[in-house]
Design a protein around this ligand. Structure first.
Ligand SMILES: Nc1ncnc2c1ncn2[C@@H]1O[C@H](COP(=O)(O)OP(=O)(O)O)[C@@H](O)[C@H]1O
Ligand SMILES: [Mg+2]
Length: 359
């Protein structure tokens, strides 16, 4: 095992009654990374976080932190404090008391508490604000207090479960930036839970995409967006157009695929292990398609414009093909040009993402 791996999960399963909530989770998280657990509500994110923290006992598998098996350790011996929604600050306590809270529970000596709180406050650049109350601080500062509260415990990993979900959109954005910069400044290892795709894409070093208690993909935001491993991931992150296709030829990194009722063929760039005759699914993002631009690539579909929507930086077109299948195509920077009536839409080899269907 690499020494960089801080959290190592092997075959982790958790069952509630007849509900198999976590299914054989294997996951390794490196030191100093910002990792996001992403998935819709009910897919097991909180259950895994609570299992890592020690609030739940897992039914199968191993959880190792820094090489040590922690399956049977209680939460306070694992060093993985959790921060819940709304920063979990106590409104009636001063910042100092909020930060000291975990140490007070452990009944640490007064001098040690003073020293450790001081150090944690300095790390998050809040020295001097110890006597304030949470409501006297900005959203960003409150997030720093919440982080100081975790830092004071000298924990190797900080677990954040949808900490921003109750904030309004503008504040959420401000606090996101704040949180990411504290994590980077201090080289912290953070696991962050969210169901918000944009939040995950914009903050993370890597994203773990959950699908009903299992991991569909673990990769960087760019990999998850541009090379989704499954249709579920492609659909959950952003918007895409799916196309059923059949492989006709495969030659070194390229495939010829047949698609649509009129059996057109297109060339696709891929490193998937596929064979002629195999059914595959193509995924093409709205921003990767061009309207009435044959030079844009070999993939082409004819249709007509059903409607369009002006979104400022782009115009989003809804186009129906001859089978009444709807395509979403975004046109950027086209000024006053408007596409209407019959159109063709096009995509190039490297903008078409090919996925195997049965894996
Ligand atoms: N303490 C519990 N007892 C029984 N079922 C639970 C418990 N906690 C979560 N679950 C169930 O486990 C599944 C996953 O829940 P959860 O981990 O909270 O998902 P998420 O955080 O992704 O929304 C859900 O079906 C939920 O009802
Ligand atoms: Mg949850």
């Amino acid at each position: 095992m690499s020494t960089q791996v801080l959290l190592d999960l092997k075959n982790v399963s958790k069952v509630f009654g007849s509900n198999h909530v976590l299914k054989q989770i294997d996951l390794q998280i490196e030191r100093g990374k910002f990792i996001t657990f992403l998935g819709p509500s009910g897919c097991g994110k909180t259950t895994l976080l609570r299992s890592i923290a020690g609030f739940y006992t897992i039914d199968e598998g191993e959880i190792k932190i820094d090489g040590q098996l922690v399956n049977d350790l209680p939460p306070y011996k694992r060093g993985t404090p959790m921060v819940f929604q709304e920063y979990a600050l106590f409104p009636h306590m001063t910042v100092f008391d909020n930060v000291a809270y975990g140490l007070d529970i452990q009944k640490r000596p007064e001098a040690e508490v003073q020293e450790r709180v001081k150090t944690a406050m300095a790390k998050v650049k809040l020295t001097g604000l110890e006597e304030r109350y949470p409501h006297e601080m900005s959203g960003g500062q409150q997030q720093r207090v919440a982080m100081a509260r975790a830092l004071v415990m000298n924990s190797p990993i900080i677990l954040l479960d949808e900490p921003l979900s109750n904030l309004d959109a503008k504040l959420r954005e401000e606090v996101r930036v704040e949180l990411r910069s504290i994590q980077q400044e201090l080289g912290l290892t953070v696991i962050y839970v969210t169901h918000d795709q944009l939040e995950a894409l914009s903050m993370s070093d890597s994203i773990v995409v959950f699908n009903k208690g299992a991991i569909d993909q673990y990769g960087t935001p760019h990999e998850i967006y541009y090379k989704p491993r499954t249709p579920y991931v492609a659909d959950f992150i952003g918007t895409t157009n799916f196309v059923d296709a059949t492989v006709r030829e495969v030659t070194g990194g390229k495939a010829i695929v047949e698609y649509g009722a009129s059996s057109r063929t297109a060339s696709v760039t891929t490193d998937e292990a596929i064979v002629p005759g195999e059914k595959v699914l193509l995924s093409i993002r709205p921003e990767s398609m061009r309207i009435n631009a044959p030079e844009a690539g070999s993939f082409v579909v004819s249709g007509f414009v059903k409607s369009s929507m002006f979104l400022g930086e782009k115009e989003r077109y809804f186009i129906l093909d001859n089978n009444m299948k709807e395509w979403i195509v975004d046109a950027y920077d086209i000024g006053l040009t408007r596409f209407q009536g019959n159109v063709t839409i096009h995509a190039s080899d490297d903008k078409i993402h090919l996925m195997k269907i049965n894996q």
